[in-house]
Design a protein around this ligand. Structure first.
Ligand code: HXC
Length: 257
């Protein structure tokens, strides 16, 4: 498949999508988001892929939605066309996605990072929701996911003032799983993705679904949901293999079934 705004490659069972509009700091225009959706479709359909990495350049993960593309938009067309619907493809991805974030992750850039399951940040990463400075507000889930990730006080300050977080702050606030030196970001992300891709895909997908359920339901319902998935995994060959491998003191070889 040909792409103009992203680079797509595979490394064993890991699929890598690199946002690639360097002249615009990876600003997310409609074409890029459509390509991202197609690349995710392809990786999800590929049984050989167990984990996906989403990354950008050293200078920018993504500096937001493309402001120049949005500038001429007017209501009610923004409502009837609802261009943000196409952004939701990433949040519907059932396979795990690791965001490897260096440089700017602003506005829609921060929002797509938060749609991923794990955010690894380089020490130069900057996270922010500066939409308020443009007379709008975060439109791809930022006000919701940020608040769930770091709490009302910090999310409110970021959304109301546009204040940007350093990688160290993002780590301290719990927005990212950890910070690594910029030069090691890709290798670290690959290590995490390879670890996940080497595990049993059904259990990985169910674990992702179960953690995400915590944001959608009550504790009692979430625990009930987790219990059913836990029980269901005893129907997999991989549960037999994983536990047999432990008992036999050898590495497990999962078949993803
Ligand atoms: C379009 C963008 C862009 C953006 C940068 N560029 N961000 N183009 N949309 N979001 C372009 C610039 O116009 C410029 O193009 C080139 O990238 C380099 O950017 P500079 O501004 O020259 O770089 P620098 O001075 O280093 O500043 C970097 C920056 C700044 C701090 C990241 O670019 C910036 O503030 N960008 C906007 C960030 C932002 O407001 N994001 C939120 C967008 S709204 P030229 O052609 O001049 O060289 C949003 C809503 C999402 O995301 C809602 C869901 C859809």
């Amino acid at each position: 498949m040909a792409y103009d705004n992203i680079l797509v490659e595979t490394n064993g069972r890991v699929g890598v999508i690199t946002l690639n509009r360097p002249k615009a700091l990876n600003a997310l225009n409609g074409e890029l988001i459509a390509e991202l959706g197609r690349a995710l479709d392809a990786f999800e359909a590929d049984a050989g892929i167990g984990c996906i990495i989403l990354t950008g350049s050293e200078r920018a993960f993504a500096a937001g939605a493309d402001i120049k593309e949005m500038q001429p938009l007017a209501f009610p067309a923004t409502y009837t066309d609802d261009f943000i619907t196409s952004w939701e493809r990433l949040s519907r991805c059932r396979k795990p996605v690791v965001a490897a974030v260096a440089g700017y992750a602003l506005g829609g850039g921060c929002e797509i990072a938060m749609m991923c399951d794990i955010i690894l940040a380089a020490d130069n990463a900057r996270f922010g929701q500066p939409e308020i400075q443009l007379g709008i507000l975060p439109g791809a889930g930022g006000s919701q996911r940020l608040t769930r990730a770091i709490g009302k006080a910090k999310a409110m300050e970021m959304c109301l003032t546009g204040r940007t977080l350093t990688a160290e702050e993002a780590d301290r606030y719990g927005l990212v799983s950890r910070v690594v030196p910029l030069a090691e970001l890709r290798a670290e992300a690959m290590k995490v993705a390879e670890t996940i891709a080497g595990l049993s895909l059904p259990s990985v997908m169910m674990a992702k679904e179960s953690v995400n359920r915590a944001f959608e339901t009550t504790l009692a319902e979430g625990i009930r949901f987790e219990r059913r998935l836990f029980q269901a995994l005893f129907a997999t060959a991989d549960q037999k293999e994983g536990m047999a491998a432990f008992a036999e003191k050898r590495g497990a070889s999962f078949q993803n079934r």
